[in-house]
Write a protein that binds this ligand. Structure first.
Ligand code: FMN
Length: 97
């Protein structure tokens, strides 16, 4: 199955506490692991940047959920491309603050 990568940035609509981010991440990791999606989430100064890696149909399905998530806005796609090899194979969602 060919691999694909989506990368976007967005602006948080609320200031995320560590607790709120951990809740988001633990839900995301369960979903992503079940759908063979790996990646990384950065959160800094109210902005998110996320890399999603996996099978293209699974990524677009997740992205459509993320797009409609009321916790963020100004979602801008930065990359939508085939991926030769996972960069975050060991991570259902790595996180950096
Ligand atoms: C910045 C950001 C990144 C997110 N990343 C993921 C993710 O990687 N995986 C995931 O399942 N949900 C992620 N979510 C949560 C989804 O937007 C959504 O709440 C979740 O998929 C549940 O959707 P549902 O209630 O329609 O099933 C993210 C939300 C935000 C705000």
């Amino acid at each position: 199955m060919p691999l694909h990568c989506l990368r976007y940035q967005s602006t948080a609509l609320q200031s995320f506490s560590t607790q709120a981010l951990e809740a988001l991440l633990s839900q995301a990791r369960v979903y992503n692991a079940a759908h063979h999606i790996s990646g990384m989430l950065l959160y800094r100064d109210g902005k998110f940047m996320q890399v999603l890696e996996g099978e293209e149909t699974a990524l677009w399905l997740l992205y459509s959920k993320i797009l409609h998530d009321p916790r963020h806005t100004d979602i801008v796609m930065l990359a939508d491309e085939p991926l030769p090899q996972r960069g975050f194979a060991a991570w259902s969602m790595a996180y950096r603050h």
